[in-house]
Design a protein around this ligand. Structure first.
Ligand code: G3H
Ligand code: 13P
Ligand code: ZN
Length: 321
């Protein structure tokens, strides 16, 4: 099996009422944790690389590690560029073995977003690669672009048909209230539950439903979909960290979206939290240890357990490889 595109994955996911997990990867342990979980659950998976990840790991290492994961697992795996910000970056990934790219011009005016997305689609399709585009802006941080909470804007359903028609994109990321990072909402946007944990405002399913009506059968993508599990936040805080009011998207709402047209759900922050919580715990309990394998092993296992939980309980993609 070689790296596959997400085309067939999305067709099956749309019909089957589940979503494919798109997990951000930055190093070997993250790739191993995700793909070992996917193998155990027999789930198709998307591994995505941001431009920051590519700068961190260099342009070749992550591609080769993903190829290694395919050899080890035999799973259908798609290698995707997350938040591509230029034609040149998308082209470089297409030329370098990626099977899917995102061109994110969502912060630009509508017509400019269309023009650049179309340019990327033409090059990608000529090379057998699929393209994700975005309409609407999420709060949070996407590489160097920071959108303050309250300055985000939901996708306008009346724009989606024209956008998809004119660009020819293969999937569309939309803004319905998810947000990047571990601090997705301000305290003012939330209520608090009995334990004092922030409860975020619900996702805008009305906007999603309207988009589905206008784009029947078309795969929708949700970014900023970490749930920020409180067990990891507590672990970080218990072992010397300081992450007050970190809060994510409730899992039931993501499950609901996955049953609708949402075929790809992006998760990065939960991987970071799982690793960091467990590494902090390990150091606190073994202050004399200094071999990276000792603390990366429980971190990798935590990624694996967390991803397996998502596949079964949130995405519904278990058994679908
Ligand atoms: O949406 C952004 C992803 O979480 C990637 O984050 O740019 O820090 O690698 P990064
Ligand atoms: P989270 O920060 O919620 O994990 O979102 C990741 C993401 O959308 C990557 O593109
Ligand atoms: Zn994103």
């Amino acid at each position: 099996m070689s790296i596959v595109t997400s085309k067939e994955m999305f067709e099956k996911a749309y019909k089957g009422g589940y979503a494919i997990g798109a997990f951000n990867v930055n190093n070997m342990e993250i790739i191993q944790g995700i793909t070992e979980a996917a193998k155990e659950c027999n789930a198709p998976v998307i591994l995505q690389v941001s431009s920051g990840a590519r700068k961190y790991a260099n342009r070749t290492y992550l591609v080769k590690l993903v190829e290694a994961a395919i050899i080890e697992t035999g799973l259908p795996i798609c290698l995707h560029l997350d938040h591509g910000d230029s034609f040149e970056l998308c082209k470089s990934c297409i030329d370098g073995g990626f099977t899917s790219v995102m061109i994110d011009m969502s912060s630009k005016p509508f017509e400019d977003n269309i023009a650049l997305t179309k340019q990327v689609v033409e090059y990608a399709h000529a090379n057998g690669v699929v393209v994700e585009a975005e309409l609407g802006t999420l709060a949070g941080i996407e590489d160097e672009v920071v959108v303050e909470s309250g300055k985000e804007s939901y996708t306008r359903p009346e724009e989606v048909e024209e956008f998809v028609d004119k660009t020819g994109c293969d999937s569309l990321a939309i803004a319905i209230g998810t947000s990047h990072g571990a601090y997705k909402f301000t305290a003012e946007q939330c209520t608090r539950n009995a334990e004092g944990i922030l409860v975020p405002p619900p996702l805008r399913f009305d906007v999603l439903e309207e988009i589905i009506k206008r784009l029947p059968g078309f795969p929708i993508v949700l970014h900023g979909s970490s749930s920020v599990p409180q067990e990891f936040v507590k672990m970080v805080n218990q072992y010397g960290g300081n992450m007050p009011d970190a809060v994510g998207i409730p899992e039931e709402q993501l499950r609901q979206a996955a049953k609708l047209a949402v075929c790809k759900i992006n998760i990065d922050s939960d991987i970071r939290l799982a690793m960091t919580g467990n590494i902090r715990k390990y150091f606190a309990e073994h202050p004399d240890h200094f071999d990276p394998r000792q603390y990366l092993k429980p971190a990798r296992q935590a990624v694996k357990d967390m991803v397996a939980h998502k596949i079964v309980n949130v995405l519904g993609s278990d058994g679908k490889a």
